[in-house]
Design a protein around this ligand. Structure first.
Ligand code: PMP
Length: 362
């Protein structure tokens, strides 16, 4: 058995040990083909089977209704910040956004390169500690779309319910919480996510897009940045990241065997409660960053009384095998990313360490 760290990295992040070991067994030679999957053509039957199986697993696990294309793209979620307005923001139209934190802000900045943007609601004045309520949203009914970030990875906030936006297409950046719980895909026109937190390794980005939105964009959009290019070619227009897609398929099989999206939600709630209960039971030794109703199941952010104490916490935790607990440089403090593949035992160990550290330093 490998010597595994307690891995709380924000992404790329922990992968299921079972998956890593299974893939290790298939690494040098894939299914009696005489070669690794990485060495074979993306046009061959063996890879194509992996490709389409991965797509159908994603459709099954997210209960994606009819009428959506599922695309496997490259360039990370950051490229989607540009591809969305390039393809979906027509001249003269306005894209609306909910400004919830660091990643929403990046999406807004990028959209501004291509057209008009508007802010439907913002929690900037609350240091992005909360997700605005659905009642606070105020956007023009003729908006090209409304963009939300379902989980703010850096601040550690998460939407608990999604708005019904009627005729305004709802777009969700779900990079850091896709498949952490069941969702109603039909509320969304587009969902996108980099794989490297909940779905697999980095290198592939999934886009789930309503078919009618895959219309022809303006002719100046480069071929590779057009949704129709990839939709028409089943994400095989050019060479896809074959190994990343295969790994994602294996992670999806693991999610399926662990109860699918509902199974993930149950265990994710248990893991998150272990840490939030430790924070809330610490008499203020640990302070949660996010407001109660906006707390993320995926990224648990907290601070301590002083930067010195936080540095001491990081130092001691690292010595005990904990990795990735330093908060993002933009908000400071501490952050435990507890994506789907982070085992319950790692989270228990962290909660124990937190209590022990408090007993020694309070
Ligand atoms: N959106 C969110 C919510 C993220 O957490 C991240 C990555 N941390 C991104 C977008 C950017 O993703 P990528 O690095 O794949 O471009």
């Amino acid at each position: 058995m490998a010597n595994r760290a307690y891995n709380f990295n924000a992404g790329p992040a922990a992968l299921p040990l079972d998956v890593l070991q299974k893939v290790q067994g298939q690494f040098v030679e894939f299914e009696n083909s005489g070669m690794s999957l990485m060495e074979m053509s993306h046009r061959g039957a063996i890879y194509e089977k992996v490709h389409f199986e991965t797509e159908s697993l994603l459709r099954e696990l997210l209960s994606i209704p009819e009428g959506y294309k599922v695309l496997f793209l490259q360039g990370g979620a950051s490229t989607q910040f540009a591809m969305i307005p390039m393809n979906l923001l027509r001249p003269g139209a306005t894209a609306s956004f909910v400004a919830t934190g660091s990643w929403a802000t990046k999406a807004i900045q990028e959209a501004k390169l291509f057209g008009e943007t508007a802010i439907a609601a913002s929690s900037e004045s609350d240091s992005y500690k909360r997700i605005p309520s659905i009642g606070e949203l105020n956007y023009a009914p003729d908006s090209a779309y409304l963009h939300i970030t379902s989980n703010e990875t850096i601040e550690g906030t998460q939407w608990s319910e999604f708005p019904d936006t009627g005729n305004v297409p709802l777009i969700g950046d779900m990079s850091s919480d896709i498949l952490c719980r069941p969702i109603d895909v039909s509320k969304f026109a587009v969902i996108y996510a980099g794989a490297q937190k909940n779905l697999g390794p980095s290198g592939v980005t999934i886009v789930i897009i309503r078919e009618e939105l895959v219309a022809k964009p303006s002719t100046t959009v480069p071929t590779m940045l057009r949704y129709d290019t990839h939709a028409k070619n089943d994400s095989l227009y050019n060479t896809p990241p074959t190994f990343a897609i295969y790994m994602m398929g294996e992670v999806l099989k693991w999610i399926k065997s662990n109860g699918g999206a509902a199974g993930m939600e149950a265990i994710n709630r248990e893991k998150a409660a272990l840490l939030y209960d430790t924070i809330d039971g610490s008499n203020g030794f640990y302070k949660g960053f996010a407001e109660l109703g906006s707390r993320s199941l995926m990224n648990v952010t907290f601070t301590m009384q002083s930067k010195e104490l936080e540095a001491q916490f990081i130092k001691e935790s690292e010595a005990q095998g904990f990795v990735g607990l330093k908060g993002h440089r933009s908000v400071g403090g501490l952050r435990a990313s507890i994506y789907n593949a982070v085992p319950l035992e790692s989270v228990r160990a962290l909660a124990d360490f937190m209590r022990d550290f408090q007993n020694r330093n309070a």
